[in-house]
Design a protein around this ligand. Sequence first.
Ligand SMILES: Nc1ncnc2c1ncn2[C@@H]1O[C@H](COP(=O)(O)OP(=O)(O)OP(=O)(O)O)[C@@H](O)[C@H]1O
Ligand SMILES: [Mg+2]
Length: 257
Amino acid sequence: MPEPLLALVGVHKSFGGVRAVRDLSFHVGEGEVVGLIGPNGSGKSTTVHLVAGALTPSAGDIRVDGRSVRALPVSARVPLGLARTFQTTSLFPEYTVEEQVLLGCHTRFRCTPAASVLQTRSSRRDDSEQRDRAFRILEFVGLADLASVPAAAISSARQRLLMVAMALASEPRVLLLDEPAAGMVASERKALARVITGIRERGVGVLVIEHHMGLILEVCQRIVVLNFGEKLAEGTPAEIRNDPRVIDAYLGGGRPC
Ligand SMILES: Nc1ncnc2c1ncn2[C@@H]1O[C@H](COP(=O)(O)OP(=O)(O)OP(=O)(O)O)[C@@H](O)[C@H]1O
Ligand SMILES: [Mg+2]
């Protein structure tokens, strides 16, 4: 059987006495959206930090195509196809929407920064290719009309889509989205759902953390439920919605909407 695109194998992460993630195993396949849900503090963002390389597991392994990335820094994981967005918006507010995406493109930029500064012919050609690519990504997420607007001037929902666009600019094979719908109204969530589905249709594996159950149930093929850092359940949206353990620990509490 081929190795899954992304696999977590018995992953643990402790912060001093806090066991944030315990013995967590699951996988994300190509063209699959996997939801990661659970109460506040259940270890969801920690899991994304571990996969992206911002944190190192205390034990266990993280694999891309069967190859361990456990010891690799973030910079070495991006070329393998891992990209992520953050729970809190992290943009350069003075940059335009297009410039933000170009920053994402530069993680795969072929020119050295020195060549870019000196504006060699090949760096000028690369610049125009990157700008075309940035524009296509902005069209894909529905922000092309705002390309020349400073990122600080667009709504927070659009800033969240912009973070997705920046992550897409590195041409990921696995995209990690930490609460992409935070603060969005229904019509904005619908647009985000279309974007996530479009990403999946391009063969990208997506791991999405979200408290909004409507979005999770709509876009995910599989859902992993965390509770106190441990996997409480895993299954299809229908299985998870009807699982009494999940209802007790999470869905029954009135927190998700
Ligand atoms: N850098 C850190 N140092 C110490 N403890 C941490 C650190 N990061 C997370 N934790 C703790 O680990 C646990 C899991 O936190 P995490 O942020 O992964 O939860 P979460 O499921 O993303 O929650 P939320 O839904 O509120 O975003 C919490 O108890 C948190 O306080
Ligand atoms: Mg979190």
